[in-house]
Design a protein around this ligand. Structure first.
Ligand code: ASP
Length: 434
């Protein structure tokens, strides 16, 4: 019983630590004392993921509509939009530059011998080839074409968030421009849906320690430690660069632009960061991020519901950084010299694709294959990094979500919200206060 009284982020952290131990004991064959546990873990983990994902479409649509309608006139909306896009572009650029500097400094791919022998090509490459075959710069255009969907229901069912966001932005904007009687009914309807989604999130999060345990134990069991040895330098480079962004850049922005204590912020959003780490999906984490930002950090509903759904889809600092480091690593491994112009192209494409790719596990790999083709690097280079991709995915997703959450706080403060991170945060998972 005592365990249940612990704050949610402690419960999740304990689950995470236990999961690592259990995962290592289980190993790739997934059995413990003759019991085959991997299927059970997969089942439980999947249930938790499904529950989070189930909320995404109604949550994105209702929150953006309510958020945009709440912001009201076009002048306010323009200002909020400009700030949000400005912040997202700025942090992603910072992240990529840090990645580029660190990978050029450490040079994890520079070794004697053929890259396949030194780093080992992952067996999984074949199963992945279908996804990456024939990717090129045209695919970036295709991603942005989907921003205006031909069929909004199809976009929703295919999980094409950019299209859904675009439609919801328009819907919210014009909601305030129809006769009052309709506008009120519409606003109440979507607001009600949003509130319901938040409460279901609260319910789902009560199961987070169990879900996180299952997801992480399964991942650790499957990956093991052996895969890391040849890729240690690459792994360390990514972790160092992500660490700089997470521990230095974002806290500095919180301090300088938001004038809040970074530690307070990190504490408020810790359940979201842990969920992002465990699920490796910023979309699936979105409901939790929204709850944390509204309830624990005290950001208004209006700002939360405008900034965060957009951020979960378009702002991926960790992903952008990772894409850049991975491409440079592959170039180094194959001994291909990258001129400054080519490196600049990589930076630009990393920025663009990080906006376009979905917030789902392993989304970066598709983006990386697009960049490799665009700058003329061997596509099979992707096989070099697959072995450690999952763990790095968990870390970069946590960074993606952290940056979104910092954006919500900084923008709320710039809009004059004074309740932001003002008092001791309430805790998610312990029921809503109202
Ligand atoms: N898994 C990441 C996310 O959902 C995307 C990626 O970098 O693969 O944010």
């Amino acid at each position: 019983m005592g365990l249940l009284k612990l704050k949610l982020h402690w419960q999740i952290l304990i689950a995470l630590a236990l999961a690592i131990v259990v995962g290592l004991i289980l190993g790739p064959d997934g059995s413990l004392l003759g019991l085959q546990l991997d299927a059970a873990l997969e089942f439980i983990g999947q249930l938790f993921l499904n529950a989070l994902k189930m909320l995404i479409v109604p949550l994105i649509v209702s929150s953006i509509i309510v958020g945009v309608a709440g912001i009201g006139d076009s002048e306010n909306l323009g200002r909020m939009g400009a700030k949000t896009i400005g912040y997202y572009a700025m942090t992603s650029t910072f992240a990529i530059v840090v990645g580029l500097l660190v990978v050029n400094l450490i040079q994890p791919g520079v070794v004697d011998g053929s890259p396949e022998e030194v780093f080992g090509l992952s067996q999984d490459v074949a199963s992945f080839e279908q996804d990456i075959a024939g990717k090129g710069a045209g695919d970036i255009v295709a991603i942005f074409l989907r921003m205006i969907p031909t069929n909004v229901v199809a976009a929703a069912s295919a999980g094409q968030m950019l299209g859904l966001i675009f439609f919801s932005l328009l819907y919210g904007f014009f909601l305030t421009r129809i006769p009052n009687a309709y506008a009120e009914a519409q606003y109440d309807f979507w607001n009600g849906m949003f509130e319901i989604m938040m409460r279901i999130t609260d319910l789902v999060m009560r199961f987070a320690p169990i879900g996180v345990f299952a997801l992480v134990a399964e991942t650790v069991a499957e990956t093991g430690l052996a895969a890391f040895v040849p890729l240690a330098a690459f792994f360390f480079t990514v972790v160092a660069a992500l660490g700089i962004h997470f521990f230095i850049t974002l806290p500095l922005l919180l301090r300088l632009l938001g004038r809040v204590k970074p530690i307070h912020h990190y504490r408020a959003v810790s359940p979201a960061l842990l969920t992002a780490f465990s699920t490796a999906s910023s979309s699936a984490t979105l409901p939790v991020t929204m709850e944390c930002i509204e309830k624990n950090a005290g950001v208004s509903n209006k700002t939360t519901s405008f900034v965060l759904p957009l951020g979960a889809t378009v702002n991926m600092d960790g992903t952008a950084l990772y894409e850049c480091v991975a491409v440079m690593f592959i170039a180094q491994a194959y001994g291909i010299d990258m001129s400054l112009t080519t490196q600049f192209t990589v930076v630009l494409l990393a920025l663009l694709t990080s906006i376009g790719v979905a917030g789902i596990p392993a989304a970066s790999l598709v983006a990386i294959s697009i960049i490799l083709t665009a700058v003329g690097l061997p596509l099979e280079g992707i096989g070099l990094i697959l072995a450690v991709d999952r763990l790095l995915d968990m870390m970069r997703t946590a960074v993606n979500v952290t940056s979104d959450s910092c954006g919500a706080v900084i923008i709320a403060k710039s809009e004059g919200e004074d309740r932001v991170l003002a008092d001791e945060p309430a805790q998610l998972g312990q029921g809503r206060a109202d």
